[in-house]
Ligand binder design. Structure first.
Ligand SMILES: Cc1ncc(COP(=O)(O)O)c(C=O)c1O
Length: 501
């Protein structure tokens, strides 16, 4: 197709569209297959990126071929490649080919999943995909839910329902101002900050988000939780919700979920599990045994855009009793009134979540699970767990790295300890040790920055027991155990460039 600009860019001819589609799909194919060879993250500046793009508002367009070339040649060098097999930072899904294509198909269809009548087939597919997720993680057989933008919005939605259901007043009508007592919830210092943020947005207030101390493995201490609930009741507050985490963002710790469920049941509190990171690890039988409390949770936050390998965005909230979500989110308006009689066909997602217009997120989940099958997803999760165990073993067996936290899922927290630091620590008295520890924090921070700029491997950081930790989260079907060797070799190579300890 020679011409770059077309007469009607919003309505190209079939021939033009075929050419554009082939060019875009060719890009998808080259990108997916070339990921391992790419520099993982750019070492760049905002000024450099701005200078690469024509910033004038284009009165006349340049055409699709030209803009695709700009995307490929100018934009791509300036992004981190989250699908790279050695991207171990944060909790980052690599995406996957089937799900990327599904996203293209979803945008092409542009279904709006507000209610059954607006998109009957897509709404049924979302309900089916949610049911498959329920089975994959082992939630209560009666549980239902919906897709949201991510784990943060799932936590927000669940907390809104928790408060609605536990409030002693009609919260929807009277508002939080009418509450007779401050409502309090229980987390740990390891809980993801989206929970505290949700509490702030909901008007609960961050002082009412109580941080329960953790044990040596960074899991919520049940004895301390019970003591805090008793104290809070004595002080005139209303405890209403316990948030357990299935895979903390820092180290991957799993709270004692069954014990927390028992406390919640005994105390009449809502039990929410933030399983945004670890939820889909339930596909692996060895982990599933630790997540049996999913069946007892009132709500669960999950993130298919993490360990289900689908691209952003796709979070999910499950409710044991979806009536709680309805009580929280249903609002009457003439333009949303559904006039069909049959319950299945008068169903509306707007009654169960915060959004009205909703994209067809379910398509990528349904296509991924249906096309790839649960067995291949399970194998990928188990492979990630094996990679993390391999890295932990290599760290433990080495003389220059030290592990800082137990490995329950696929996060390994560790640090580099140069020989000079090791010797100094061996010889030091207690006050001197603190100084060396602080220097080790700085050393590892410099090492992290050097690695992120280097472009071969990418990790992020965590605070473990007050110490700076290098943190690798393995969540990528492309990663192999050999990549663990490369990561440690990259760190050693860069440590040699940092100068004396
Ligand atoms: C445990 C946990 N909860 C919640 C979130 C927030 O998820 P999202 O980034 O999808 O909003 C994360 C993100 O990493 C997480 O690890």
């Amino acid at each position: 197709m020679p011409s770059e600009r077309v007469a009607a860019p919003l309505e190209p001819t079939a021939e033009q569209l075929r050419h554009w589609s082939e060019a875009a799909l060719d890009f998808v194919m080259r990108y997916q297959h070339g990921l391992r060879g790419r520099r993982l993250a750019p070492a760049t500046t905002s000024a450099e990126i701005r200078a690469a793009f024509d910033r004038a508002l284009p009165e006349e367009g340049v055409g699709f071929d030209a803009v695709l070339r700009e995307y490929d040649e100018r934009l791509l060098p300036f992004t981190r490649h989250n699908g790279h097999p050695r991207m171990f930072g944060y909790v980052q899904s690599p995406g996957s080919a089937i799900a990327s294509l599904a996203d293209l198909l979803a945008s092409t269809l542009n279904a709006n999943l507000t209610a059954w009548r607006s998109a009957p087939g897509p709404v049924e597919i979302e309900q089916l995909a949610i049911e498959w997720i329920r089975q994959m993680v082992g939630a209560d057989p009666g549980a239902g839910g919906l897709f949201v933008s991510g784990g943060s919005m799932a936590n927000f939605s669940a907390l809104a329902s928790a408060r609605r259901m536990k409030a002693p007043i009609d919260l929807a009508r009277q508002g939080a101002q009418a509450l007779p007592h401050a409502m309090r919830l229980y987390v740990t210092p390891e809980t993801h900050h989206s929970v505290a943020k949700a509490a702030t947005l909901l008007g609960i207030g961050s002082v009412h988000v109580r941080e329960v101390p953790v044990d040596g493995a960074l899991r919520m201490r049940v004895d301390a939780l019970e003591a805090m609930i008793t104290d809070d009741r004595g002080a005139g507050h209303q405890p209403f919700c316990i948030v357990g985490t299935a895979g903390t963002v820092g180290t991957g710790a799993i709270d004692p979920l069954d014990a927390l469920a028992e406390v919640a049941e005994r105390q009449g509190l809502w039990f929410h599990i933030d399983a945004s990171y670890g939820g889909f690890a339930a596909l692996a039988p060895a982990v599933r045994a630790k997540l049996t409390a999913f069946a007892r949770a009132d709500s669960i936050a999950l993130d298919p855009h993490k360990w289900l390998y689908v691209p952003l965005d796709c979070g999910c909230v499950l409710y044991r009793d979806a009536a709680a979500a309805r009580a929280t989110f249903a609002h009457d308006a003439e333009y949303t009134r559904v006039m069909d009689a049959a319950p299945a066909e008068s169903f509306a997602f707007w009654d169960y979540g915060p959004e009205l217009s909703r994209r067809f997120r379910a398509l990528k989940v349904w296509m991924m699970v249906r096309a790839a099958g649960v067995a291949s997803l399970r194998a990928a999760v188990e492979k990630d767990l094996t990679c993390a165990a391999t890295l932990a073993e290599q760290v433990d067996a080495s003389e220059d790295f030290e592990r800082l936290a137990p490995v329950e899922l696929s996060i390994v927290c560790f640090r580099h300890v140069p020989v000079a630091a090791m010797r100094a620590l061996d010889a030091a008295s207690r006050p001197d040790r603190d100084g060396i520890e602080r220097r080790l924090d700085t050393w590892n921070e410099r090492l992290l920055v050097a690695l992120q700029r280097d472009g071969s491997s990418y990790i992020s950081n965590a605070a473990v027991g007050g110490r700076f930790a290098l943190r690798a989260c393995i969540m990528n079907h492309r990663t192999t155990p050999a990549d663990m060797n490369v990561l440690l070799a990259d760190l050693r190579r860069l440590a040699d460039t940092l100068g004396p300890f």
